[in-house]
Design a protein around this ligand. Sequence first.
Ligand SMILES: [Zn+2]
Length: 339
Amino acid sequence: MNETDSEKDLFILDGHFDLTMDMLDRRERGETGVYLNHYARDFSAGGINCVFSALFLHNHFLPEMALRKALCQISVLHDEIIESDGRLKLCTSTAQIREANSTGQLGVVLSFEGVEPLMGDMRLLKIFHSLGVRGVGLVWSRRNEAAEGCTFHPVEAGSEGGLSAFGLSLVRHAEELGMFIDVSHLNDSGFWNVMEIARGPVIASHSNCRSLCDHPRNLTDEQIKAVAEKNGVIGINALSAFVLPSSVERKASVDDLVSHVDHLASLVGTDHIGIGFDFDGTFLDYTGMGKAIDVYDVIDGHRETPLFISSLRKRGYSEVDIRKIVGGNFMRVLENTIG
Ligand SMILES: [Zn+2]
C-alpha cells in the first residue's frame, strides 16, 4: 500500500476543537452555513473524520450567561447540521462515529471545556447528557464550582485548590452516565484528585509534555504515566506555547510537536497518544480583547494534518502506530466510556 492509499483510509479524530464556539460566534453576527463556508474544505483536505467539539465560554460570559451560551452552542450545531448538505453528524456513540465515517460525514462529539454551564447544579448534568454531551473537561484555565484550572499567566488569587465536593461528585456522576473525563486545563492538585477517584479511562484531550516544554498546561512524566495507567489518551496540542519553551529563540515546528509524541512513546508506548490540535487560527476575535496568550498553530490548521502524519513516518512510526495515534486510541477510550 502506498502512502496515498493508506492515508485515504486512516481514521483521524481531533480530540479538541472549538467548533461550536465559532459556529455560535459567527451565527450571532448573521452568518449561516459556517461549517460549509469555513471548515468543510479544510477538514476534508486534512482527512479529519471526527472532532471533540468543546463547549467553551469566554470569561466575559460568566457566570450568568454560561448555561444559555452552552445551550445556544448546541442549538446552532443542529442548525449547522441541517445546512451542511449531510456532511455533519452529532455523535453520541462509537457506532454513530463509524456510521458518520462510512458516509463521509464529520462526526462531532460534544464535550465541556469547563462545567460552568451546570451552574453548580448536578441535575443539569443528565440534561446535557441527553442533549448529546459526552465529555467532561472539568475546567478551563480558571476556577469554577468543580475545580481550579492552571492559569496562563500568574494571577492574583488565594491558595491553590484541588477538586471541590461538587467536582468529586461530578466525576462519579459523569462516569456513571457514560461520559469521559478530561483533565486538560486542571491544576496539578485537581489532576491527582481525579486520578484517585476516576474509574477511567481518563483523557487529557489537548496537553503536551512538561519535560519538553515547562508550562503548567502540559503534563509531568508522572501524570503521563497516570493517564496511561487509567488506559487513557493524551492528545498532543499544536499551540506553539505548549510545544516549545519561550526561551528557545526559534519558531516551533511540526518536528517539535512530533518530539512530544516521541517522549510520550518512550514513557508509555503508543497506545496512549492521540491528537488534540486545539487550532485557533480560524477564530475571529470579535471582542477585541486579544488572545489570552501569544500563540500560533505549529500546523496551519486541519488541512495540514498530512504534514504531521508524514513527520511521524519520517521518525519511523509504523502504520499500525500511526493509526492508533491519529484516532484509534481515542476510539478505544470512547468504546470504554460512551460506548
Ligand atoms: Zn483548551
